[in-house]
Ligand binder design. Structure first.
Ligand code: PMP
Length: 425
């Protein structure tokens, strides 16, 4: 029965239970963290073979390149071949770089601001620049925009991405909109999976030649169920639609091998790759090819990566099941929250009663449960309905995750009771 339908006696019981549970929670003096989508130690352990690779004396790639030396801006072919197959991108259109795909996104935006992009003429800067931001979205994308003075325009996203007609309307109406952030597979934090219709619409809509889709496929291979959504050939679809330069595809092994020492990838049209590599050559004399080689040796081939991802799934699936089970048991009947059940990725997106998300995060923080700040999944940290909370279940061990979820749900109910005036703050 929903909170609104409880009779006075039932409401009294719920108030007594919830305030009692919160008091106990405070007494436990917990120190738990559900903030960031970091792999757990057990997940990192999966890749520890890397610590011994490429191995003493192994200095050359399959093609005879001495990986210790400068050069090879595009990255080692053997790692590009493996990930090209997995991402559905031809090896000629995929480069391998250093450890962070976020830095490739950052640099792409900076270089576009300073120098412009292929086909686009002048630099983005010198005029107002805006980006469309599907929400809820990834806070670090928004931080790049905020840091570089790019105005963010939120667009609501559904289970298959934003409404493409809305995106097309916004882009057509305002030529200072130069980009859109997209996490197409198991989006952070909504779990959305962009379908082919939305993807085709985004690559086909009329837009200025210097408009770019930042297609951040960070979770392309991170399935949690047997429904493994394959990556769409977004570069092929864009080329087919006559806009080969519209899309920049990003990915990395951060949540496949080591989060801090993986390999990043950029997939793009030949013109965009030349553009990127031309600028990259000014800031580095080549990526870390020793890391490329050890990753290629560790994985062996694309099937090797799929094997590793199945091990990750074994570790992650029970944690996501636990989160769903606690949310369902504690909140399922009350009508005060809804949440996603993602088929992959790293997050559960929880919507609580409008106007209570910040209070939930505050109550949880006071009880030693760290949550991502309310509003973090929105540009400028402003969730207009103050209802979204991002849950990152991967890092804590299961007993800690269970304690954090029990505590969090107590806070969700308490904040709702406060808002209804049933509990005084
Ligand atoms: N994109 C998304 C959507 C992410 O969630 C993350 C990690 N939280 C990243 C990029 C970061 O990727 P990398 O480690 O390759 O910089």
């Amino acid at each position: 029965m929903g909170l609104a339908e409880l009779d006075p006696q039932q409401l009294d019981t719920l108030v007594a239970e919830t305030t009692g549970a919160y008091r106990e929670l405070l007494e436990r003096k917990l120190s738990l963290d559900l903030t960031r989508g970091k792999p757990s130690a057990a997940q990192l352990d999966l890749a520890d073979e890397l610590l011994a690779l490429p191995g003493a004396g192994r200095t050359r790639s399959a093609g005879g390149v001495d990986v210790r030396n400068y050069g090879g801006q595009q990255g080692l072919p053997e790692i590009r071949e493996i990930f090209g197959e997995l991402l559905g991108i031809g090896v000629d259109q995929l480069i391998a770089q250093d450890n962070s795909s976020l830095s490739l996104m950052h640099d792409s935006v900076v270089w576009a601001l300073l120098h412009g992009v292929p086909g686009g003429g002048r630099p983005w800067s010198g005029q107002p620049v805006k980006f469309l931001c599907p929400v809820p979205g990834y806070d670090r994308h928004f931080s790049i925009c905020a840091h570089l003075g790019i105005e963010m325009v939120p667009v609501e996203t559904g289970p298959h991405g934003p409404d493409p007609d809305e995106v097309a309307r916004l882009v057509a109406a305002d030529d200072t909109i130069k980009g859109i952030w997209v996490v197409p597979t198991y989006a952070n934090p909504s779990g959305a999976v962009y379908d082919e219709a939305v993807t085709r619409a985004l690559v086909s809509m009329p837009a200025a030649p210097d408009f770019r889709i930042f297609w951040d496929n960070a979770y392309a291979l991170h399935h949690l169920t047997d429904t493994e959504h394959p990556p769409l050939d977004v570069l092929g679809l864009a080329a087919e639609a006559g806009h080969p330069d519209r899309v920049l595809v990003f990915a990395s092994t951060s949540k496949i091998s080591y989060a801090g020492s993986g390999v990043s990838f950029l997939g793009a049209s030949p013109a965009n790759l030349d553009w990127f590599l031309g600028h990259a050559a000014k800031r580095s004399i080549g990526p870390d090819k020793v890391n490329h080689l050890r990753h290629a040796l560790y994985f062996g081939d694309a099937e090797g990566v799929r094997r590793v991802m199945r091990r990750h799934r074994e570790l992650l699936e029970p944690k996501f099941a636990l989160v769903s089970a606690v949310l369902e048991r504690r909140l399922g009947d009350l009508g005060i929250a809804s949440w996603t059940t993602p088929e992959g990725g790293y997050f559960v997106s929880l919507d609580v009663l409008d106007g209570t998300a910040s209070r939930v995060v505050e109550l949880a923080g006071a009880a030693g449960i760290a949550l991502t700040p309310a509003g973090a999944s929105y540009p400028y940290g402003r969730d207009p309905r103050d209802r979204n909370i991002r849950i990152a279940p991967s890092f804590p061990p299961e007993p800690e995750l269970a304690a954090a979820m029990e505590g969090l749900t107590t806070c969700v109910v308490l904040a709702a009771l406060e808002q209804q005036g049933a509990v005084q703050r």
